[in-house]
Design a protein around this ligand. Sequence first.
Ligand code: GLU
Length: 373
Amino acid sequence: MFSCRIGAVLSLRGTTLALALASALGATPLLAREMPEAGTAAAVKKPNVVILATGGTIAGAGADAANSATYTAAKVPVDKLIAAVPQMSTIANVRGEQVFQIASESFTDAQLVQLAKRVSQLLKQDDVDGVVVTHGTDTLEETSFFLDLVVKSDKPIVVVGSMRPSTAISADGALNLLDAVTVAASKESVGKGVTVTMNDYIQSGRDVNKRTNVVPSAFYSQWGPLGMVVEGKTYFFRSLAKRHNMTSEFDIDQIDSLPLVGIVYGSGNMIPGVYDAEVQAGAKAIVNGGTGNGSVPGYLVEKLKDIRAKGTIVIRSSRVPDGFVLRNAEQPDDTYDWVVAHDLNPAKAKILAAVALTKTSDTKDLQRIFWEY
Ligand code: GLU
């Protein structure tokens, strides 16, 4: 029942978009013009894009159009998402697969690995030019970074979500999805790393993070977006400086599971036993999301030195959203054999640590990896 309504809302919004897009191109409005039929030369020339749907708000549905924040995530199946944005078919031959139907906070490492293997498998096919992953926004920054690290392909991979469910007034999912397909279908996106299209911007999947939970302008990178998508065209202005995809030393074809990595959030008056609990639970590394420059309270230094001496990797990240942790500044990392997370927030540092630990547990090598990725 929801899906019909969703389709209607999105189609209305999409019609406006299609008309604007067509007039900008100086073309006959898209919906007034005949779509190229499958098998015609025009259809054959279009890139092939696969949408892998995993759930989230972009597939969410609320009871009323006024519900922009109260709704159920992960409801609308991929075929309905595709049907609701017919303008995508003027850009690419689009098909979809439902990989999961979950809210992104429920992602497990096993699901991350499964998703990355499917992305990798698809991009090895000659008949796939790009992949779009629809995703909840809560952990979108982790998945986009993970795919950036482990999928060995130069073909575009775009991760997309929305902040409002498709049933809400001014829902952002339809345009975000159209933009995602535009980026995935564009030759300009080749080799740019995993990207995220939210709110008209093309962001680097490595850099971006969610900064607010209530408005469409939720995704931000302290280093700026890579570019924008406007009316069906990509505009890139910078490139990712870090190793990714084809220049990465990691390959999802060689990863079947991830080691456990824990995070401890820094604050005043911390509870030392939390670190012991994570080690006992099997954490191979602990990311300390410290205050300021990844600071460790004086009363915890011996605890973290002890944990490291017993074999667990200690990584200093920061709870401060911008800037980067400096090695040997706030703490003598060389002396304590700790690693610093550079500019990666704790959640992203956890992803890189887990991936890196599939290859090495040497702290010098781990630090090199944190500088390079
Ligand atoms: N918490 C849900 C998720 O991450 C909904 C939030 C969203 O997608 O914006 O899937």
